[in-house]
Design a protein around this ligand. Structure first.
Ligand code: MTE
Ligand code: HPA
Ligand code: MOS
Length: 774
């Protein structure tokens, strides 16, 4: 029952009433300290000295710490090369180098203005172009080679060459990075962090402080949004707070201001992608050659994995018979770029969607026709890395949305509108998402869960999943309630803690509920088996004292399918005998049976050969399509999204209401990335757009005037828990349809030339392009 129902998000009431507790809502403890990091005002060069004596003498300042105070300064999920506090080489502007400690934020901010830095500056590298010139690379991927792209290009009837560029993106979670560290007995530390990855936070804190992992506990109740930004980068801030807690033996709180968070933390990776495409008269793609360059910022962070995911998603929803794809991560002097919803996937997919617009303009055809011809279908169903796509819903999605959105009629109307309107042009575009579900690093595809049934029949569940608004707790709650046949209100998903769930993966790659709900279900099944065994004895009339002496559960004798757990009862289907959930659980307790279970889950069937770039990196794909219509004011370059329609395949959603929220939010966030969210840096590398006044995320006025979200029915996704599909990131890529719609509109003004716009297509970007063709 609970599965597939729209039960409310477990924090909805708390969020609306203000009772949900985020890190900074935690009550101040006796003696608690406040920590303020201080960044270096230079983007590159050597830090020679920090002058903080004056700050230390300022009112209310109790201590100051630098890199020297850390037991171990370097962290990094893939390559441990990023300093928690700068000690010599500077990576980027405003990189933390000093911690000021006091009890009052006003006093700390005043003291911060008294700190000065002696720096031997060098010229910062602030672009992919400059990094390429200077050979500053973090990572080169093994190429993805399918067939013979050179040969296919040589014989292709048509070829286009080009460059696609997209910018970074600030996560703009409403809660900045935050942590409180509590010193415990024996040198142990407990950190409460807004982290998507408690195990990594535990690890970075332990190393930084010279502790073992068993001496550190990381607890995550919830985040006020993460969007990838807290997958790796929550950890160093937790280490800063923990350092102060360890040194001063007092609780220490570090909560970044919005501005500090924006200037100190990494963002989505900007990409600059060079390509050559070969195609025939019908617009069928024959070959794609591409080299993707990602701006990794100052440090490796997760950049190599992010580039890999871009390479995996360069095909979008389209079959590439011949491909040769290379990728490089550049090292620049920007904040260390990191995970952000889509994790490189959007940057790959947007490249091919942009290329398709160009092929269509070149051939004077409707871009949708090109898309339909190249969409994975029939035998053309193997990706450029050799993974076969099973149960491919893409042709159905394209056909249905085309029909339901009235695409052909609207295209005609737009042709007519653009032919006669002055001062306005419209564009229409239908794009797709085919997002690979699984961490591409195979070892991360595992999780564990602890399920405890209490004597009154209510249940507490703990997993490694972290709640950031996406509803993973609610989905786990539903899966557990369904397993036991009890109301969802009888199940609580507890705060995530490394004490209960160890060696966990980040809640990321959209697989939080895939992995953790599956682990919880596995634990529930073990408890179900025990209860069914007990019930079998009760039905046989075995006396209670004797049950205690009965041989333990024999799996061969017990067929769990003979029992069902529904309506707060356990029922023996054959005989119809039943007991209430409360009776059976209390009876299990009295018979000294365990009502708790711990289970470990790993995703089966994954295997990818990195050297050959071939194999099965993904468990399955989440697919969807969106069609967006835009109107541009040709005098100002400003535009409106008139309408967007989204159609997705989410298998059998665990909670369609939550999923609709995910689709809607992800689409708007994707739209923001490709339209208004532009990061501005000045020449010395300082981020100028470091607050909501200068960095423009979409607001309610920017949402499409007409906005429809719907799902197709798909009962075939047996690979995942209750046949659901992951939803968190895939719809982000559908925001791209707004950008391609803008590009489509421009096509009507460029007199046959290919419109050249970068992403984000800000009104300025659009106006500059229009001016070129005036
Ligand atoms: N939804 C909300 N409300 N807040 C978030 O921070 N993060 C997104 C997505 N949806 C996010 C969100 C990202 S980047 C991922 S990977 C997934 O949620 C992670 O959660 P899941 O795996 O449980 O879907
Ligand atoms: N996706 C998201 N986050 C990740 C991944 C991934 O594939 N790998 C490591 N962190
Ligand atoms: Mo999401 S970018 O995988 O945290």
């Amino acid at each position: 029952m609970s599965i597939g129902q729209n039960i409310p998000h477990d924090s909805s009431r708390g969020h609306v009433s203000g009772q949900s507790v985020f890190i900074d809502d935690r009550a101040f403890q006796k003696g608690e300290l406040t920590v303020l990091p201080v960044g270096v005002p230079a983007a590159a060069g050597r830090l020679k000295k920090i002058n903080y004596e004056k700050a230390l003498q300022a009112p209310g300042i109790l201590a100051a710490y630098t890199a020297k105070d850390l037991h171990h300064n370097h962290w990094g999920t893939i390559v441990a090369e990023q300093p928690i506090l700068v000690e010599d080489q500077i990576g980027h502007y405003d990189e933390p180098a000093l911690l000021l400690v006091g009890t009052d934020m006003e006093e700390l901010l005043r003291a911060r203005s008294l700190v000065s830095f002696e720096v031997e500056k060098s010229t910062p590298v602030l672009s992919i172009d400059e990094a390429i010139k200077q050979n500053r690379y973090i990572y080169k991927a093994n190429p993805f080679i399918q067939g013979n792209a050179d040969k296919a290009l040589a014989s292709a009837p048509h070829k286009l060459q080009g460059v696609f560029e997209c910018g970074g993106q600030e996560h703009f979670y409403l809660e900045s990075n935050a942590c409180i560290a509590y010193p415990l007995e024996d040198g142990q530390i407990e950190v409460h962090s807004s982290s998507q990855h408690p195990s990594e936070t535990q690890h970075v804190v332990a190393e930084a402080l010279g502790l073992h992992l068993h001496e550190v506990v990381c607890v995550v109740k919830r985040m006020g949004g993460g969007f990838g930004g807290k997958e790796s980068q929550a950890a160093p801030f937790a280490a800063m707070a923990a350092l102060v807690a360890q040194k001063m033996r007092r609780p220490a709180r570090l909560v970044l201001s919005k501005d500090d968070d924006m200037v100190m933390t990494g963002k989505r990776h900007p990409f600059k992608n060079f390509y050559e495409i070969g195609f025939d008269n019908d617009g069928k793609i024959l070959a794609l050659k591409a080299h993707l360059y990602a701006d990794g910022g100052a440090y490796a962070d997760l950049s190599s994995s992010i580039l890999d995911r871009a390479l995996f998603h360069i095909d979008g929803a389209y079959y590439l018979p011949h491909a040769h794809i290379e990728g490089t991560v550049c090292r620049t002097n920007l904040q260390s770029n990191t995970a952000f919803r889509g994790f490189g996937g959007p940057q790959g997919t947007m490249t091919i969607e942009s290329i398709i617009e160009e092929v269509a303009t070149y051939l004077k055809m409707d871009p949708l026709v090109i898309r339909e011809r190249n969409c994975y279908q029939g035998e053309r169903n193997t990706t450029h890395y050799g993974q076969k796509i099973d149960h491919n819903p893409l042709p159905e999605l394209f056909a249905r949305l085309k029909k339901e959105s009235n695409y052909d009629v609207r295209r005609k109307e737009i042709d007519e509108f653009n032919a006669q309107a002055t001062g306005k042009i419209r564009g229409l575009s239908l794009t797709a998402t085919k997002f690979g579900i699984a961490f591409t690093a195979r070892f991360l595809n595992q999780g564990n869960a602890l399920v405890n049934v209490h004597k009154d029949g209510t249940v507490q569940v703990s997993t490694g999943a972290t709640e950031m608004g996406q509803g993973v707790n609610t989905k786990i709650q539903q899966v557990v309630a369904h397993a036991f046949g009890i109301p969802a209100t009888h199940v609580k998903v507890m705060a995530t803690s490394t004490e209960k769930n160890h060696n966990t993966s980040p809640t990321a790659a959209s697989s939080g509920s895939d992995i953790n709900a599956a682990a919880a279900l596995k634990a529930c099944v073990e408890i179900q088996k025990r209860l069914a065994w007990l019930f079998t004895h009760i039905m046989k009339g075995t006396r209670m004292d004797d049950i205690n002496e009965c041989p333990p559960l024999n799996e061969k004798e017990l067929n769990l399918n003979d029992f069902e757990f529904v309506n707060e009862e356990i029922r023996h289907k054959v005989s119809g005998q039943k007991k209430t959930w409360k009776e059976i659980t209390i009876s299990a307790y009295l018979n000294r049976m365990s009502l708790g279970e711990y289970a470990h889950f790993k995703t089966e069937g994954l295997g990818f050969d990195k050297k050959k770039s071939q194999g099965t990196p993904f468990n399955y794909f989440t697919n969807g399509v969106a069609v967006s219509e835009v109107q541009i004011d040709t005098w100002t370059g400003e535009y409106k999204v008139l309408r967007s329609d989204i159609l997705m395949d989410l298998g059998r959603p665990l909670n369609p209401g939550i999923d609709k929220g995910q689709v809607t939010g992800a689409f708007i966030q994707g739209m923001g990335w490709v339209t208004s969210e532009k990061l501005f840096y000045n020449k010395d590398g300082r981020l100028l757009s470091h607050s909501p006044t200068t960095y423009k995320i979409p607001n309610v006025q920017d949402t499409p005037r007409i906005f429809n979200v719907s799902f197709i029915e798909n009962n075939e996704n047996h690979q995942n828990v209750h046949r659901s599909k992951a939803v968190g990131e895939p719809p982000f890529l559908l925001g791209i349809s707004v950008w391609t719609a803008l590009k489509d509109a421009l096509r009507y003004k460029t007199k046959g030339k290919l419109p050249q716009i970068k992403s984000p297509a800000t009104p300025e970007e659009i106006l500059m392009e229009l001016t070129k063709h005036a």
